[in-house]
Design a binder for this molecule. Sequence first.
Ligand code: SF4
Length: 880
Amino acid sequence: MIRTTCPYCGVGCGVQVQAQTDGWAVQGDAAHPANLGRLCVKGAALGETLSDHGRLTQPMRRARGAAPQAVSWDAALDEVAAGFARIIDTHGPEAVAFYVSGQLLTEDYYVANKLMKGFIGSANIDTNSRLCMSSAVAGHTRAFGEDWVPVSYTDVEQADLVILSGSNLAWCHPVLYQRLAAAKAARPQMRVVVIDPRRTATCDLADLHLPIRPDSDVRLWNRLLVHLAKVGAGSGDFLAGTSGADAAVQAARAEADDPAQVAADCGVQAEALARFEDWFATTEKVVTLFSQGVNQSASGSDKVNAIINAHLYTGRIGRPGMGPLSITGQPNAMGGREVGGLANQLAAHLKLESPRHRALVQQHWQAPRIADTPGLKAVDLFEALHEGRVKAVWIMATNPVVSLPDADRVRAALARAELVVVSDAMAHTDTTALADVLLPATTWGERDGTVTNSERCISRQRPFRTAPGEARPDWWILSRFAAKMGWGAHFDYTHAAGIFDEYTRLTAAGNQPDDSPRLLHLGGLSGMTAAQYDALQPVRWPVPAADTPAATAPAHYRLIATPSRSYPHAVDADWPLVLNTGRVRDQWHTMSRTGMAPTLAGHRAEPVVDLHPEDALLSGVRIGELARVQTRWGALVARTTSSGDMRRGEAFVPIHWNDRTASDARVGALVAPVVDPVSGEPAFKHTPARVVPFPVNWQGFVMSRLPVDLAHTDWWVRVQGAGHVRFEMAGRQIPDDWSAALRRWLGVPDDADWIEAADPEAGIHRAAWLVNDRLQACVFISPRADLPHREWLSGRFGERALSVPERAALLAGAPLKGGDAGPTVCACFSVGRNTLLKAIRGGCLTPQAVTAKLRAGGNCGSCLPEIRTLIADLQPVEAA
Ligand code: SF4
């Protein structure tokens, strides 16, 4: 059994992995402080993603327009080194860049940063964490002088008031949500406030939901600060050790003195706003937990500081059960920050703008040079690539063609670049398709190193399976590249332990109370042997050496004046909706891992655009049908839905789908390249948009064990099933002969066991192909979206041979005697909606009763809000 760390979100749960005859069993690590044994469904399904299918297993080079050719590591790195050297010699070090990822381990990040800033001599290394939490970094640095997170998960449990601002914790960080839910159940006096334009699943726990207008957060928090000043909630003793309080209050008063006006501007009820103000003012133990809804904004840094201001003003920080907590989206966003993975940082929280700090880092690395000006942040980096100012980019473990704003321009930028190097575990992503050189990297289960989660806890990721082919760790690839560039003596690492040791010594270098004090101090972890490193237990920093005095709180706190900024692109008659983007419960990022797990495909199988019913009506689209979502920057196609979560004037689209999983669903292509002026983080949650019908003449789905011809569709989505792949699809062209067309699309031979049924007048066609009574493929076509549930059919692919009743039921798409479970609600135990409704009708009128009967909701609990909604929806109907 191997103890390691989940590779998904910033909660950073510990997992235990056990080899089995048919794969790997994954369960939560009860000894890990982040999760105490819990896992969400994504973590629990990790075993399903441990496949070599689709992996990049050899270095490849590709002449433009030609198919990639396998080459040796030596040849590939020779080509990369020659390309970088040529461009640096001709155009200088600012003409090259690294774009890295919160998926990298701290050791990988450290080596990449050292190589770029100390040896190439540019700070052009930025990370996809820029897209996720750089506003939090900017806010922390402005308020604390350092990127310090002052709160642990235990503080969240101990608080009496927990404010969730711009965070759908229930779906995006489920294990922390479950810890919060359990704490609230144990102490019902704990209050939870959710600040979010959408009524998300997280509101299930809320005593108060403030559905604010997009990007009105700063005004709301400024209003709170005005109220705190007015009622005398300021902490005199604490404020004496801070600066900026008067200016912050003055700036807040200038725009938020009138509570009724603020409530109207934020779109919330005045009474609800007053209650929020009162609860904050009168509760000592307050934790404000914030995430991408705060960070991903043109005013993200100010939102963060407005939140921190309220905590500093009341002194509610640095003690148990209180403080602001930034929850990161990625497993190692924090570790990347620690080793300088952002273009405006040095490693170990040393400052790029400080000559003393630069000298410290250069000395530690024995580097020939050190970058002395900030590099290009993510959005600017790809714009510079488009303009030709940057000519070579090396992308590591990320997929910017899907995830960056204005993603079509990013694609064009890569097509124009002189040299594109991509190191990735997967062979086929939207970004690897544009690489000149592809380098196979290891991934979760093969990697060896450390990650830091959102509460500053450093954990080991340990390998437990052999990497396929010639895949190598990112630090190994970078070190071999450095050797080709002539810097081998400085990158002669043989194990991740040596890199970690070098990093910990840098955190201690010059870190004295009277020299260059930093809270990030890992001197107590220096000098570990490889065996000690391998056995390292989860530990929260700082970890100073025993004889070293280390700071545990910032020397000085600053309140920052945060006048509201306006978003540069307003909605208008042409673009009447605000497009918001975010995650769904069971997928993660661009689906390159979660998209492989059939368990995770059941909950949300296709991209949707969630609309208020009146906006759907005004847009001329019907709920349940396909629609085109458009902005000035791009467009996609998604199925309309109306969850009841949306305010008027807003639309929500998930971020996960890409050109590998859908014909037309990259939401990044729609997002404006607008960034926060302080942090450079893009405003992913605020782009003017419109929704128009996407007319089709037929819709359907196909499930098949074999490849399917999709050339005759106008829209499709790929859904991974167990033993088969499903394609949801739609089209305009109606074949003259549906039967022949379906056989052609599926590749059905003439003599196949092919059963079909059709009502040509109604446009309905259904067919199935069996091989020795085993289901090979099935297809369902209709003019409308009124198709059978997919779950029962999907389960038939797990059988060696269908029974006679099952064969008879195939074209109905459901068992003849009933028993179709319906769409998946609980992915952990595969419990469908119909099963839940039956149990509720049978008397299970609480989530606990449902769990006791069906187990649904009894593992990660992410589906409990939906179960509670089903119970609530059914009860009035039954009573009527
Ligand atoms: Fe992984 Fe889920 Fe834990 Fe996040 S909450 S680290 S996705 S198990």
